[in-house]
Design a protein around this ligand. Structure first.
Ligand SMILES: Cc1cc2nc3c(=O)[nH]c(=O)nc-3n(C[C@H](O)[C@H](O)[C@H](O)COP(=O)(O)OP(=O)(O)OC[C@H]3O[C@@H](n4cnc5c(N)ncnc54)[C@H](O)[C@@H]3O)c2cc1C
Length: 418
C-alpha cells in the first residue's frame, strides 16, 4: 500500500450525539483507506448525487473514496421535490428511513396565469401512494453524509479537487487539503461536483433563460395539504411545494426582477405574491428568509471528457427546476452507474467500453428530461396570445386524457427508462 503521510485528513467532521462509541475504530479503518493513494473509484463531490453513488457501492469490495470540498454541513437553502421513483432508490440505498422532515405530495395542480386551462395529477389515479415528497436539501445532504460515515466509505471533507487527468488505465486526481496538495489514482474518477471542475476544458452547451429563482418558505390562510402547485406565468413558473405548516416557494422571474423581490419588505412581498400567484391557497401570511439562484441549462458534451472519467448529476446536466428533475435525474445517474460498475468485470472498470455502455444506458432518460424541462420553460414563459391559447388547450387535454396524464406522471416519477 502506498502511503500518503502529508496529512491526516478531516473525516466526517460532524459526529452526531451517541455515535462516539465506535468512532475511533471507524476513523482508524477509514484513515487506513484514505492513506492509500490507489482507489478503484474516486468520487469528486460528496453532494447528494456523489454521496448516493458512494452509498450504492458501499457493500462492494471496491475501494471507493469521496472527495468533498465542504468542511461543514451544507447550508444550501433550497428545498427539493423528490419523485416517488427517487424514494424507491433511496430505500434501496438504506437512506429513505433516515430522512426526517419529509412532506408528501399527493396532488399536483398545474395552471397558467390568465387562462382557464389547468390539469391535476393525483397519486390514486397513478396507483402510487404519493407522487413525490418535499424536503430541504440540507436534510437530504446530512442524512447521506451520516450514512457515508456509518457505512465507512472513505470520505475526505475539505478536499477541493483542482486537477483531473485521464491516463491510459487510470485517472489522476489532484486535490488540496488545508493548503497542501495531494494526488490519488483511480481506475474510474466520477465527477459529481455540480459542474465547475471541467467546465472550462470541456464546455457544456449552455442556455441562459435570463431567469433566477427566488426561494423561501411561506405560510398562507388556506393551505391544501399534500397539494403542490405549478403555475406558469409570462415571467416564469411559480411553484408552491407543500412543506410542514406551509409551502416552499420557487418563484422564477428575470434576474433584475428577483433582485427587487429580495429587497421588498415582508408585507409587500406577501401582497405581490398573492397578486402573482392568485387565490388558490388564500392570502399569504408569513415569509421566511429569501435566497436567489440563477437558472439555466447546462449540458455536458455526450462524449467522454477524458479516459477513465465520467460525469454524473449536475456535472452532466444542470436543468431549470420547473419540473423538479435535477436531483431526481442525478440520482438515476448514480444508480445506473453503480449497476454498471457492479456488473463490470474487474479489468473493465473505467474502460471506454464500460463508460460508453453507461452513457448509452442513460441517454434516453437524460435527453428526454432535458427536452421536457427546456420545452416547459420556453413554451410557457411568454404571453403571446396564440401560444397562450394553445397552452390552455394542452393543459385541458392533459386533464381529460388519462393516457396523457399517466405518461406525464410516470415520466416525472420514474424518468424515461422507468
Ligand atoms: C432553486 C432550485 C430548486 C431545485 N429544486 C429541485 C427539485 O425540486 N427537485 C430536483 O430533483 N432538483 C431540484 N433542483 C436541482 C438539484 O438541486 C440539483 O440537481 C442537485 O443538487 C444536484 O446534485 P449534485 O450532487 O449533482 O450537485 P451539487 O448539489 O451541486 O453538489 C456538488 C457537491 O460537490 C462539491 N464540490 C464542488 N466542487 C468540488 C471540488 N472541486 N472538489 C470537491 N468537491 C467539490 C460541493 O461542495 C457539493 O457538495 C433545484 C435546483 C435549484 C437551483
Amino acid at each position: 500500500m502506498e502511503l500518503c503521510h502529508a496529512h491526516s485528513p478531516r473525516l466526517n467532521p460532524l459526529p452526531q450525539a451517541g455515535e462516539e462509541a465506535n468512532e475511533s475504530l471507524r476513523e482508524f479503518q477509514i484513515n487506513e483507506k484514505i492513506m492509500n493513494k490507489q482507489y478503484d473509484i474516486v468520487i469528486i463531490g460528496g453532494g447528494p448525487v456523489g454521496s448516493a453513488l458512494a452509498l450504492a457501492l458501499k457493500d462492494s469490495p471496491l475501494r471507493v473514496c469521496v472527495l468533498e470540498a465542504r468542511t461543514a454541513a451544507s447550508s444550501d437553502a433550497r428545498a427539493l421535490a423528490l419523485s416517488y421513483g427517487s424514494r424507491l432508490l433511496l430505500e434501496r440505498m438504506g437512506v429513505w428511513g433516515k430522512l426526517h422532515d419529509v412532506s408528501a405530495i399527493r396532488r399536483i395542480h398545474i395552471s397558467q396565469k390568465r387562462s382557464f386551462g389547468r390539469a391535476v395529477l393525483c397519486a390514486e389515479e397513478m396507483n402510487v401512494p404519493e407522487l413525490g415528497y418535499v424536503l430541504p436539501y440540507q436534510i437530504l445532504q446530512d442524512a447521506l453524509s451520516r450514512e457515508l460515515r456509518n457505512g465507512a466509505v472513505a470520505t475526505i471533507f475539505g478536499a477541493s479537487v483542482t486537477q483531473l487527468a485521464g491516463e491510459i488505465g487510470y485517472a489522476d486526481v489532484g486535490y488540496q487539503l488545508d493548503g497542501v496538495e495531494h494526488t490519488l489514482h483511480a481506475r474510474l474518477a466520477v465527477v459529481a461536483d455540480g459542474g465547475k471542475l471541467l467546465a472550462q476544458r470541456h464546455p457544456p452547451e449552455v442556455r441562459d433563460y435570463g431567469q433566477s429563482a427566488l426561494i423561501t418558505h411561506v405560510t398562507c390562510a388556506a393551505p391544501q395539504s399534500d397539494t403542490a402547485f405549478e403555475r406558469f406565468t409570462p415571467q416564469g413558473p411559480v411553484a408552491l411545494l407543500p412543506f410542514k405548516d406551509g409551502y416552499e416557494l420557487v418563484w422564477t422571474a428575470p434576474h433584475q426582477h428577483t433582485e427587487k423581490m429580495l429587497a421588498w419588505d415582508e408585507a409587500q412581498f406577501l401582497e405581490e405574491l398573492h397578486r402573482h400567484f392568485g387565490d388558490r391557497v388564500g392570502e399569504f401570511l408569513t415569509v421566511g428568509r429569501r435566497s436567489c439562484f440563477p437558472l439555466g441549462l447546462k449540458k455536458a458534451p455526450r462524449q467522454a471528457p477524458m479516459p477513465h472519467v465520467v460525469l454524473i448529476g449536475n456535472a452532466a446536466q444542470t436543468m431549470h427546476p420547473v419540473a423538479g428533475q435535477g436531483f431526481n435525474m442525478g440520482l438515476r445517474d448514480a444508480w445506473e452507474l453503480a449497476r454498471e460498475i457492479l456488473d463490470a468485470k474487474p479489468e473493465a472498470l473505467g474502460t471506454d467500453a464500460m463508460l460508453a455502455g453507461y452513457r448509452s444506458e442513460r441517454s434516453t432518460d437524460r435527453e428526454a428530461g432535458i427536452r421536457f424541462t427546456d420545452s416547459l420553460v420556453r413554451l410557457f414563459s411568454n404571453d403571446l396570445p396564440l401560444v397562450s391559447a394553445a397552452r390552455a388547450a394542452s393543459l385541458t387535454a392533459l386533464d381529460c386524457l388519462p393516457f396523457a396524464k399517466q405518461f406525464v406522471a410516470r415520466r416525472m416519477m420514474f424518468g424515461a427508462n422507468g
